[in-house]
Design a protein around this ligand. Sequence first.
Ligand code: 0RQ
Length: 502
Amino acid sequence: MSGRIRNRQFAAKVVAAEDAAELIKPGDNVGMSGFTGAGYPKAVPAALAKRVATSREIGRPMKVGLWTGASTAPELDGALAEVEGIELRLPYQSDPAVREKINSGRLDYTDIHLSHVAQRVWQGIYGELDVAVVEISGITPDGDLIPSSSVGNNKTWLEQADRVILEVNSWQSADLDGMHDIYYGTALPPHRRPIPLTHPSDRIGVPHLKCPADKVIAVVETESPDRNAPFTPPDETSRQIAAHVLDFLDLEVRSGRLPRELLPLQSGVGNVANTVLAGLQDGPFEGLTAYTEVIQDGMLQLIESGTLTMASATAFSLSPTAVERFNRDTAAYRDKIVLRPQEISNHPEVVRRLGCLAMNGIVEADIYGNINSTHVMGSRIQNGIGGSGDFARNAYVSIFVTPSLAKSGAVSTIVPMVSHVDHTEHDVDVIVTEQGLADLRGLSPKMRAELIIERCAHPDFRPALRDYFERAQQSSYGLHTPHLLDEALSWHQSFIQHGTMR
Ligand code: 0RQ
């Protein structure tokens, strides 16, 4: 026993992961913890995957519905996808095995705004939640659950599930206790009340999750690290993108549209977003705050240097070296980090009130400013919309960042028409590539096209984009947003057929 289970009722329920997995039935909807590789259960999903494989061998295939906070890790998503044990997956994934199953048509996936998951589950849209499998970092003598490195949808899973399996992970720092703020005031309309949060550091709830002991059917002890994938070191392209973003923010401050300490930052997942944050380290700004979903390395460094005074999020997504630093001295971060349920970290009401500055990565943008964040060549899912829509739609300034080229230069990320739309032109204020920055606010579609082509597109693709735009202005059906419909997606078709948009 790790000493993390300080309540006798819960301690009496400790079993092996294999025994806990036996309590999940074929066809169950299972709500698991986990958000961007943090705080997911480490032992029960693997044991469940083994069980799924054995069931198939004896001719009794079994699948479960898998709901999480966001992406998890190979031990969870990967293990269950490999054995084809997932019926329907929601709401965000980034696992290669899951991606492969979805794109080969063998796994159903519903990709939804992260702030919407809880209310959809309360409404019963996805059916009953049968089992919750939630990682926590400890249980108090009173039977309260101390969350671990992500909160995600855990409050909802624990409330809604008929049966609960807990994984108590003693690898997670005991000093996480006190870092979380679990708000129990949300409700469905017409009973909703304003969420009383007016500053990213506000604490409006309680530090622990609640779950009646009689719902808990098993407690499993683990001591396993989070996924903690390393980030690729910032390259020249990411550095240039970061520099453009910093110049833009500086100009906004100088023109009086942003205060010197900016407004709460939101930063999406991925290497580019992480580099932009790292860039803030060298910028002229101080006293910054963050109201975001994930705390990546870049944000942790900003906290360590004092540039960022505090960050509100729902999860960590750190590299192994950053997590080592964090775990060594967790208590030092406790008054600078608040982890909340994702329906609050991503809540449109709060994002709008605080005036977040949203920065998210994309797959491609079109010349009019529509954004595709999720689908490669219009049909192949990469990860999912995640929280990018929660923030972009409601941000004070919504910024999207991407290198101008993908696939070793064969693909232009600026295209005539996006092959899938996640964020419409109406929700996109600024697009940034290493080539430059296009501030689209206040511009008509044609003005936006001029700017995006000249500022953001790679020089190799600029002539073809100009040519498309000019010809569209001559023969388009309408001239508000000129398009050549028989040609608009030909760049993608060319990549599919010939491996290049060139
Ligand atoms: O694939 O590794 O197989 O080559 O997409 O691209 O350039 O490494 O960029 O890590 O910043 O991720 C949009 C995926 C960018 C991410 C996306 C291919 C590229 C590579 C990754 P390979 P990069 P990043 C908060 C906010 C949506 C969710 C979101 C994302 C892979 O930012 O998932 O914002 N965003 N959530 O080759 C073909 C293109 C491509 C392309 C990229 N135009 N065509 N392939 N790729 N552009 C967090 C949460 O909500 C949890």
